[in-house]
Design a protein around this ligand. Structure first.
Ligand code: DCP
Ligand code: MG
Length: 413
């Protein structure tokens, strides 16, 4: 990248969201055990009976106030926390430990990502609790704060875990913004605000500046992003090579990396939650018909065929059930989706339902070029389909509905 204008879309015209879940594993534990809310919670490994060594994966913000940090030794971390027996004060906090349960956190992560894919077409998932979303095609800066606020609320209501969101004209600033007011943060940095927003920040907050680079920059007398932005670019390139130019750009609020979605979606789905759990068959049916309409409108728009049709039913508190049915060949047939979905839901008659989802998977992309279609058909990920649905290797008719209690359904490659 040169010092002057930027290639491609000027970054000032883009609106990028960075979504990062708050104390993610601990929030997942709270979702399934609400008694942990507002309590210091440490999630880690290696504290099970007989084990003395282990590390903290994450801690709730209440636990962080006691000095607990990620990657700390578990025994040290738990020593920071008040124990039930130590708590003289009946209102005093008591520390809680939960062992890491990756399968569960991945299933929650999939639910969050499903919401993201519903609100935007350009989503890049970067880790279990983090994604970039480019909404430049659908919003102006006027609408960005409301969009981000609604997205946060939706994740909270539909998935039951808190997120922080940063909005900025590029990826690196959006990431800093999501971290700026955690937890439950929402920070919007408009193109006009980008330089003043970055200027006072410690250089270590910038993308591409790790602890070693930060130390070197400090030794050069450069402590803040503002100081870095004003440093002669050649000095940085001499010292750090091409990366010196990149961090100079980031410090000046320039970053023209595109939010590139990773791979084709493995499934298309829509979900919807009820305000209160309901057993009313008409409400459940109506909601399913709406979801079917949404999903099949998307498949038709994008020329997508599917072989597997499924539902997701969440019963209180957050028990996730998935059911699916596979066809002998790919179709795009809304009437058939309706018949299968209404058949699958019968099993849940008279049970309270908190949330519903409709999904089609085993997709083929009619318009996709041959290369990506080949990739798709050879994809070994089909056998990992996380609802446990066996893929029909010979394309033969599945005569039974596959049943599974696993929770993670919406996978993207
Ligand atoms: N994680 C881990 N070990 C680490 C860091 C993180 O196992 N050293 C896991 C646990 C976290 C999850 O990854 O919950 C996401 O990492 P984040 O860095 O986003 O941390 P949190 O989401 O826990 O906290 P924050 O609110 O700061 O984002
Ligand atoms: Mg996080």
């Amino acid at each position: 990248m040169n010092d002057g204008g930027l290639p491609g879309v000027p970054s000032e015209e883009r609106i990028v969201l960075h979504v990062d879940m708050d104390c993610f594993y601990a929030s997942c534990e709270r979702r399934r055990d609400p008694s942990l809310r507002h309590e210091p919670v440490v999630v880690g490994m290696g504290y099970e009976a007989g084990e003395a060594h282990g590390a903290v994966a994450t801690a709730s913000y209440e636990a962080r106030e006691h000095g607990v940090e990620s990657a700390q030794a578990i025994s040290q971390a738990l020593n920071h926390l008040p124990r039930a027996v130590d708590a003289d004060d009946p209102d005093g906090a008591v520390g809680h430990y939960r062992p890491v349960d990756m399968a569960y956190y991945e299933s929650v992560s999939e639910e969050v990502k499903t919401v993201l894919h519903e609100v935007a077409d350009t989503v890049r998932e970067v880790s279990i609790d983090e994604a970039y979303v480019d909404v430049s095609d659908r919003l102006g800066w006027d609408g960005a704060p409301v969009f981000a606020r609604n997205l946060k609320a939706r994740i909270h209501e539909e998935v039951g875990v808190p997120a922080s969101i940063g909005v900025a004209p590029n990826m690196s600033t959006a990431k800093i913004a999501s971290d700026h007011d955690k937890p439950d943060g929402l920070v919007v940095v408009t193109p006009d605000e980008i330089r003043p927003f970055l200027a006072p920040l410690d250089v270590k907050r910038l993308h591409g500046v790790g602890p070693v680079t930060a130390r070197e920059l400090r030794s050069m007398g450069i402590e803040t992003a503002g100081a870095l932005a004003q440093t002669d670019r050649h000095r940085l390139v001499d010292r750090f090579g091409a990366r010196g130019g990149d961090i100079h750009d980031y410090a000046r609020g320039h970053d023209d990396r595109e939010v590139e979605p990773v791979g084709e979606p493995k499934s298309l789905s829509n979900e919807s939650a009820f305000t209160e759990p309901t057993e009313n068959p008409d409400r459940i049916r109506d909601r399913l018909l709406t979801l079917i309409k949404q999903v099949t409108t998307r498949t038709t728009q994008h020329n997508v065929l599917y072989k597997t049709i499924g539902i997701k039913v969440v019963t209180p508190p957050f028990d996730v059930h998935t059911r699916s049915h596979s066809l002998s060949g790919p179709v795009d047939d809304p009437a058939l989706v309706e018949r299968i979905v209404l058949d699958l839901i019968e099993e849940f008659e008279e049970r309270p339902v908190r949330k519903l989802g409709v999904r089609v998977s085993n997709l083929s992309f009619v318009d996709a070029d041959q290369a990506s279609l080949d990739d798709w058909e050879q994809s070994p990920t089909e056998s990992n389909d996380t609802d446990g649905t066996p893929v029909q290797p010979d394309g033969g008719t599945a005569t039974e509905n596959e049943r599974s209690r696993q929770t993670s359904v919406f996978k993207f490659v």
